[in-house]
Design a binder for this molecule. Structure first.
Ligand code: PLP
Length: 403
């Protein structure tokens, strides 16, 4: 009996709305830091969704949480109290500088909620101030308002008119931020490390200076920690590394290791939502928040942020050693397990393809930068195994151009 294999590329070309490029692999199974395609080939995953499968693929804590919760209660609306939701809210409040939480299904929705909160705060507490200062190359999601807040023109051009009230300044430039501030400014929205922008790490003094300016001017500081939060940068939240506290913070990606969940958190002084101001059918439902609770609890209990900080030192050394040895590698930047290795030519897509062939998934976050964001609990041997593959890809590209 012959089994004909489904050509999923052909199915996609017929029925799926293409909004982006796809890597040429149909991934069907995952375990830990590895995934397998429909030919049975295995890959080490240094992309993780991106930065989303924080405990790797199908981690036992998530399997157990989802299985148990699926047999207990999958969904109730936010019209009712929900135990998993409130347990996760308590855990996040206990381990962060924020006081109150509301859950969403995606990062973009959490940022929408943060922006609504800032606008209502501006209306009530700052004589109608509504402008939000954002950063060039910042990324906050793909809804109409979050593409407007993002700093990439390509994401906005086909979709105007866009909502008013968003001002963009260069990242890591406190003078530009000060110059853009007016009496209409209600908030500054930025990422502690720009993720999609290419893993851009600001100068150590930048976030403290932004915090001081927001205090002086009575402006809310909203940190989008959707990519940097939940241990990714070597602390539970990246704001800890800068020694500051945001007024509002958004989380998603790693919060439930791949189960769709996001959150907006705020300090009491700006948590101005009142009943009727916001809502979501699925947001924070029992299934997703049970997974989120177990993931966050596990990351804290196992001291994973400290392990990630160690891995970050190791990654830094290995990537800088590649920089020393290959003309092709021009630098490396990042924190914890969120890194980009920069190339002296625009060949990141080529490097990604060569890695995929050799069984490593990475991503060309920029034409000249490869992002590395493996699972937070990846064992050191697998981290090194993946970096060896990356290095061989760089050798191959270097040799190809040397001839
Ligand atoms: C991924 C990301 C978002 C958007 O999250 P979605 O779940 O895709 O809506 C927003 N901000 C940052 C920093 C992100 O990395």
């Amino acid at each position: 009996m012959t089994e004909t294999k489904t050509d999923w590329r052909e199915v996609e070309s017929r029925v799926f709305m293409r909004t982006g490029a796809r890597q040429p692999a149909v991934l069907v199974r995952g375990e830990g830091s590895r995934v397998w395609d429909d030919d049975g080939k295995s890959y080490l995953d240094f992309f993780g969704g991106p930065a989303t499968t924080s405990l790797g693929h199908c981690p036992p804590v998530v399997i157990e949480a989802l299985t148990d919760q699926a047999q207990t209660l999958i969904h109730v609306s936010n019209l009712f109290y929900s135990v998993p939701q409130l347990r996760l809210a308590e855990l996040l409040v206990e381990h962060s500088c924020l006081d109150q939480v509301y859950f969403s299904n995606s990062g973009a929705e959490a940022n929408e909620a943060a922006i609504k909160l800032a606008r209502k705060w501006g209306r009530e507490k700052k004589r109608g101030a509504f402008e939000v200062i954002c950063t060039l190359d910042g990324f906050h999601g793909r809804t109409l308002t979050t593409i407007t807040a993002s700093g990439t023109d390509r994401y906005k051009e086909p979709f105007g008119p866009l909502p008013p009230g968003f001002i963009h300044v260069p990242f890591d430039d406190i003078a530009a931020l000060k110059a853009a501030t007016t009496d209409k400014t209600c908030a500054v929205l930025l990422e502690p490390v720009q993720g999609e922008g290419g893993v851009i790490v600001p100068d150590d003094g930048y976030l403290p200076a932004v915090r001081r300016w927001c205090d002086e001017q009575n402006i809310l500081l909203i940190l989008d920690e959707i990519q940097t939060g939940i241990g990714r940068c070597g602390a539970l939240f990246a704001y800890e590394l800068a020694g500051i506290e945001p007024d509002v913070m958004t989380l998603a990606k790693g919060i439930a290791s791949g189960v769709p969940l996001a959150a907006v958190l705020a300090k009491d002084h700006c948590a101005v939502f009142a009943p009727g101001d916001h809502g979501s059918t699925y947001g924070g439902n029992p299934l997703a928040t049970r997974a989120g609770y177990e993931v966050v609890r596990h990351i804290i209990a196992e001291k994973i942020p400290a392990k990630v900080a160690d891995d970050g030192q190791h990654l830094r050394q290995r990537l800088h050693s590649m920089e020393d040895r290959f003309e092709l590698v021009s630098g490396a930047r990042g924190k914890g397990l969120l890194w980009a290795v920069t190339l002296s030519r625009q060949v990141a897509a080529d490097a990604v393809a060569k890695c995929l062939e050799r069984g490593l998934i990475v991503n060309n976050v920029r034409p000249d930068a490869v992002r590395i964001c493996p699972a937070l609990n990846i064992p050191r041997e697998e981290l090194d195994e993946g970096l060896d593959i990356l290095e061989r890809a760089f050798v191959e590209i270097s040799e190809g151009t040397a001839k």
